[in-house]
Design a protein around this ligand. Structure first.
Ligand SMILES: [Zn+2]
Length: 203
């Protein structure tokens, strides 16, 4: 997707509708700065606002993402290109999320590691050792729900029996035993329970 082209197209359609950036922003309940950022190609309209924006500009989402009015002749081709592009962007975002999860996981485990080392090697009363190790666990316990949430929504899990790829429920991710990112879960399609791999792309 060509952000600059999309921006120019938004500006053109907005002027056609006789709206200032401010007026368009008011209709969408956003700031005129956001509109200006779209029109200069610095950002894309949020998915949550796209339908409303297209409605105001009297275009389709497909037109918007193509940066021009898509004619019937190349409609399906443009749609396909846009969908592929969105998929690619999601994959990139998922990759970043998983990398972040990994780093956050390591950082949250450091206090626990330190607590265990101190507890083991520094002579002290037993209750103090317990307190130190337990308090070392706190950052990890706080982080785990967020880490699991990332694990749930980034990419997909693939069933090794029927190769169905899906985003599981948070609860299944939470209770499933795991080795790295591979989790022992029930496939929603074939209902078999097996070790399911994390994959980024859906084929
Ligand atoms: Zn399956």
């Amino acid at each position: 997707m060509n952000q600059v082209k999309i921006g120019r197209f938004i500006a053109e359609r907005r002027k056609n509708a006789n709206l200032t950036q401010m007026q368009l922003a008011e209709k969408l309940n956003i700031t005129d700065r956001a509109v200006s950022k779209w029109e200069t190609g610095k950002s894309l309209p949020d998915a949550s606002i796209m339908l409303e924006l297209c409605d105001v500009l009297k275009i389709t989402v497909n037109d918007l993402l193509s940066g021009e009015i898509v004619t019937m002749d190349n409609y399906s081709k443009e749609t396909e290109t846009n969908l592929l592009e969105i998929l690619k962007q999601k994959q990139e975002a998922d990759k970043r999320l998983l990398r972040m999860e990994f780093l956050a996981g390591i950082m949250a485990s450091i206090p626990l590691a330190i607590g265990i080392v101190i507890g083991l090697f520094v002579p002290m009363e037993e209750w103090k050792q317990v307190v130190i190790v337990l308090s070392g666990m706190v950052p990890l316990l706080v982080a785990i729900p967020f880490l699991l949430r990332i694990e749930q929504v980034a990419g997909f899990y693939e069933c090794r029996h029927c190769h169905h790829q899906y985003v599981p429920e948070y609860k299944s991710v939470f209770i499933a035993p795991h080795i790295g990112r591979t989790r022992y879960m029930k496939c929603p399609q074939c209902k078999k329970v097996s070790w399911q791999k994390k994959v980024l792309s859906k084929d």
